[in-house]
Design a protein around this ligand. Structure first.
Ligand code: AMP
Ligand code: MG
Length: 331
């Protein structure tokens, strides 16, 4: 698949699956990218607070995205929105807002899959063509590749995403939220203590590791636990990525999602790919986390001259549990 975005089209795109509200204008390139993020230092994401935050910030974010792109809403060809997967209250806070805009300005609205948006912005911004993806976000950890006309999940962690696993452990040792970057810093001064290593085929399991690391918090230093947590979880991800590459025969690996900011994870994957003679790339850090741009890139790929239809727009609903295999890739 070659990514080609229609140069004449402009979409105004909204990301609202969890605690980030992102608004971007995207055409053949990213013209603006505005993000606001709800945080709750002690408790992580409280769904109704995140949704209230989105409602409070959405007008302001919209104005800023248009201003940064130097376009008016009349110049936009269509709207794109993350329809799922995600937290229902956040998804509604975004979708209801964009539905109103779509009806008011009589422009089409396309609902896209947030995770496929992560995959496609990764391809759009790097030189890989048909990689095995490691999707390492807060809520999701999946090894994905394109096969038989669809993105398919070859391996995953069903209980907790790698980012949330790091954040959860971070909370138990008082690092606040998000803890991923702080764990990375502390790990630089740590050494190894044994933690469970759980790989089953191409699936991984992080929850027991987080529990065990938490139990050791009064016995071992924060630095050692952070180091060991990273080494264990990232080695597991490296192992299953390698297995997926061997299984699919693909020669490229692309790391995407918020945890792609982690240099230790990058270096482990880089080493593995080098040893296999394969290409490795990482989505640029600025676009590794949730953002409107990923939704805009996906909207443009899926756009097929849709006409504005107010009845269809009114019926559009959120898809909180939407999986990548359920998305038809016909572009
Ligand atoms: P996303 O859900 O894709 O927006 O990614 C958010 C997740 O990325 C959070 O769980 C963060 O803790 C995690 N994260 C961000 N930066 C880093 C980092 N440097 N190392 C590890 N995890 C990170
Ligand atoms: Mg995400």
């Amino acid at each position: 698949m070659v990514i080609f975005l229609d140069r004449s089209m402009k979409t105004l795109a909204f990301e609202c699956t969890a605690h980030t509200f992102g608004v971007s204008v995207v055409s053949d390139k990213i013209l603006s990218d505005i993000r606001y993020q709800y945080t709750n230092e002690e408790k992580g994401i409280i769904p109704n607070e995140a949704a209230e935050y989105i409602k409070k910030i959405r007008e302001k974010a919209l104005d800023e995205a248009l201003k940064e792109a130097k376009v008016s809403i009349e110049d936009i060809d269509f709207f794109s929105i993350s329809q799922g997967p995600g937290l229902p209250l956040s998804l509604y806070a975004g979708l209801n807002f964009v539905k109103e805009l779509s009806l008011k300005y009589k422009k089409p609205l396309i609902g896209v899959n947030h995770l496929v948006g992560h995959l496609e912005i990764g391809k759009f911004l790097t030189k890989v063509k048909d990689p095995v993806f490691i999707l390492a976000t807060g809520a999701n950890t999946q090894i994905i590749a394109f096969e038989g006309g669809k993105y398919r999940v070859f391996g995953e962690c069903l209980t907790i995403g790698i980012g949330n696993a790091l954040d959860k452990f971070g909370r138990t040792i008082g690092l606040g939220f998000p803890a991923g970057p702080k764990i990375e810093e502390l790990a630089k001064k740590g050494s190894y203590v044994e933690l469970p290593y759980v790989v089953k085929g191409m699936d991984v399991e992080f929850s027991g590791i987080v529990t065990r690391a938490g139990q050791l918090k009064d016995k071992e230093s924060k630095e050692d636990l952070c180091f060991s947590l990273q080494e264990t979880c990232f080695a597991m991800l490296t192992e299953v990525s390698e297995r997926a590459m061997a299984h699919t025969g693909k020669k490229e690996l692309l790391l995407i999602g918020g945890v792609a900011a982690n240099q230790r994870l990058i270096s482990m994957l880089e080493t593995m790919c080098k040893e296999r003679g394969c290409k490795f790339d990482v989505v640029p850090m600025k676009y590794s986390g949730d953002c409107g741009s990923q939704i805009g890139v996906q909207g443009l790929l899926e756009y097929k001259n849709e006409k504005f239809n107010s009845e269809e727009i009114k019926k559009l609903d959120i898809k909180p549990g939407w999986r990548v295999e359920e998305v038809d890739i016909d572009y």
